[in-house]
Ligand binder design. Structure first.
Ligand code: FES
Ligand code: FES
Length: 197
């Protein structure tokens, strides 16, 4: 039975992968430990437990976050997506598929965090966000091309002890290209619909 809330613990409801989970957590419990130890969502990995390796990356309200540095109590009311929530209707997320097709992993331990980060990187880039590797950050310069250097910089918080970086960059490149092509197709469909209205 879940322990009752006390001065050192609170009852929280966490929205994870579209499902509400009610649990009582010690105030010091990290989101990572709540996921792994309390909710059995072990796809999110613990590497350093100090915010330095990215293995524990999840999406919080669509933005990437290292779950070892976030408290579970602070995650209440946020939309949390873990690697278990990426596939839809039995179909892998396109970034998962790209990692699979292009061997973007070896042992796979860092892979859930890499995939969560890559999904956010592609969205951040599509929204025009610059990175430390962007040469020209003036608004009139437009969004930077998602070059391998850009990807390496944007993914630099995710370490891979197997050194699968070459394939990871290739997988992110392909997934980003697919994402752009899908966005262009959506724009085209909207234009056609607008013209027909
Ligand atoms: S386990 Fe969280 S960053 Fe390493
Ligand atoms: S695939 Fe082994 S740590 Fe990255």
């Amino acid at each position: 039975m879940a322990p009752a809330p006390s001065s050192t613990s609170s009852a929280v409801t966490l929205n994870i992968n579209g499902e509400q989970h009610q649990l009582t957590v010690d105030h010091r419990t990290t989101l990572l430990d709540a996921l792994r130890e309390r909710l059995d969502l072990t796809g999110t990995k613990k590497g350093c437990d100090h915010g330095q390796c990215g293995a524990c990356t999840v999406l919080v309200d669509g933005r990437r976050a290292v779950s070892c540095l976030n408290l579970a109590v602070a995650a209440e009311g946020r939309e949390i997506t873990t690697i278990e929530g990426m596939a839809e209707g039995g179909q892998l997320h396109p970034v998962q598929q790209a990692f699979l097709d292009l061997d973007g992993y070896q042992c796979g331990y860092c892979t859930p965090g890499q995939i969560c980060s890559a999904i956010a990187v592609i969205e951040e880039h599509a929204a025009g966000w610059p990175s430390a590797a962007t040469d020209d950050v003036r608004p009139e310069a437009g969004p930077p091309a998602l070059t391998p250097d850009e990807i390496r910089e944007r993914m630099s918080g995710n370490l891979c002890r197997c050194g699968a970086y070459v394939s990871i960059v290739q997988a992110v490149t392909r997934a980003a290209e697919d994402h752009e092509a899908a966005a262009r197709e959506d724009d085209r469909a909207e234009t056609v619909k607008g013209a027909a209205a």
